[in-house]
Write a protein that binds this ligand. Sequence first.
Ligand code: SF4
Length: 663
Amino acid sequence: MTRILFVQLPPPRFLFEEAPSNIPLAAGFLVSALAMTGAAAVEAEVAGPEVVDTFCDRGLVERIAQGTPDVVAFSLYVWNVQRSLFLAAALKRRLPGVGIVAGGPEVTPDNRWVLEHPAVDAGVFGEGESRIEAVIAAVSGRGAFGEIPGTFRKRAQGVWINAENPGPWDLSRCSYPYLDGTIGPSGDGTLFLETVRGCPFRCRYCYYHKAFAGVRGYPLSAVRQALDMAYAMDSGVREVYLMDPTFNATREFSVLLRHIISRRRAEFPRLHTELRADLLTADDVDLLSEAGLASAEIGLQTINPDALQLAGRGGSPDKTARGVELLKKAGIEVTTGIILGLPGDSPQGFSATLEWLTRTGAYSIVHPFVLSVLPGTDFRAHAAQLGLNHYDRPPYYVRSTNTFRREDFRSALLECEESFDMELDYIAPPSLIDRGHGLLRDPDDADYVSKWIIDLDSSDPLRLLAEISVKATDPFTCWFRGRRFKDSETVVLQILRGFAEANPHTVVHVVLEFHEPPETSFFDTAIDLTSQPYTYLNRSFEPLYGEGSVVNPVFVLVWPDPGLSRVRDAVRERYGSVATVIWDQAHVNRERLLQAEPPSIVSWSEGEGGRRTEELLAALYDVHHTRPEEIRFREPMLQEQWDGLTRRRRPAALFQEKILLTA
Ligand code: SF4
């Protein structure tokens, strides 16, 4: 019996409590395919959110290794490929003999760094259902690779690729993996539903249309079963993402919408999808609205006709604007995507796209992307010819083109921020709850630790570092407190360095709360010792911050609110470039509270607020309703009341914090 574990790691996130939408749909289909092909010698499982969405790097390795799988199969996407391969290498050391199989959009014949990675034994190109059984058998020594089409494997001489086309998988052979419980909706009640595979369009920066031959629909009976499940009153599903690329590309989409409408009983589930706005009619929008469409993504990309043509995109910006207007009139939120750095475009062309958007209002939210020259795409294959100078590691950003200099990307992004009043590098402060009955005193009392509060005046935290480096979550908060930072600087650096060495891909919030705070030089030293500029997360911010800059670790300074703008400005002037300063509101003082600048932390308790608490929170909400996450509370009861008031979070969507206090 071969035991195989499918692992899909989530995109990096900054708030542990908020569950990511990480649904291993592809892995679920592979397990179904193994079951229906009668692979009796295989026991397959998909790693659940209590593991993959919870633990830090080292913790994941331990949890996976404890199950002693024979084969671990990773679903590789641009946002998780580096971390997955890091884990694969650590698993090979921890479980000698384990087989590592790779699949997903990052596995393409031209993405050599993945294929050649020493931890990877074999992989599948494109949809894997038709070949997964043969690949698992070969990797686990029960069969031979022979001539399995569309796969690669390692040999002593290097990577051996079989580029033969395996032909399309018959979608009627497997049912949706939600139906037998192989996978479930994500913790925040999101369900990904794919009703077709393939895309009729041929955008040259996209891999999706290359991975699938033509457009194939799932049998209607299967889709109806999945909808019955999602729309059952007790399903817990609140958001359905229709994953079909360009949902309205085929006329069958109206048939699907009618099936949804016939099942809809309440506001939830709400729908989200990606549309071609230029193809929409008023009748289409009526149907979408009746089906509960809450938001749509529109790929405008650019209004520059030369760039559109070079990118293989048809469509008319004017028609797109009309389609977006119809959607917005129906109350549907439209996120309009634009791409920076397309061949044929220029900084002036990008500015023209921004001006066009401002003039037409063809958006609710504008989402600028720096062009990723993705493996397997036409742009990647012809990068030199198109003048695309790009990174060969995720997110594969273009660095310069014939018409964009390196420095143009930052100024274009800043222009975008200014045009649409947005902050592209906004990171919400972490939870700052630091009290309550649930605080742990011993890491052995919890299966994981999401926040470690260390009182440096009275404890020796180094003795716990090894254990915490395995029990920590991703993201993780390390909160140091004490009198004089200077006295503890060496210990703080030892802890941060030790943790980062074990967990280079884990997001860490470093909260510092000292009577005598650190010198600014500490932050440079800490970044030098701990940061990993090559990781996906840090590289994603590079166009804004510059090469080698990092956003992880995230530094937070808790500072008593001086109540005077002049003093706050001086503190921000000193620390603003290296840390987020959070103003500590220590006293129940209505006037001071309402003048509090975000981000702030409320330190008084519900007991101190007494009967005025509700009124104080309501008044605070009036001031901070646009960004309620900028107001944090130390006391869990108050944080809960605030979350209820702001309706930002639902309890079911939260991962439970586990806080260790070392004092
Ligand atoms: S970008 Fe979207 S529309 Fe274009 S080929 Fe890819 S999936 Fe299809």
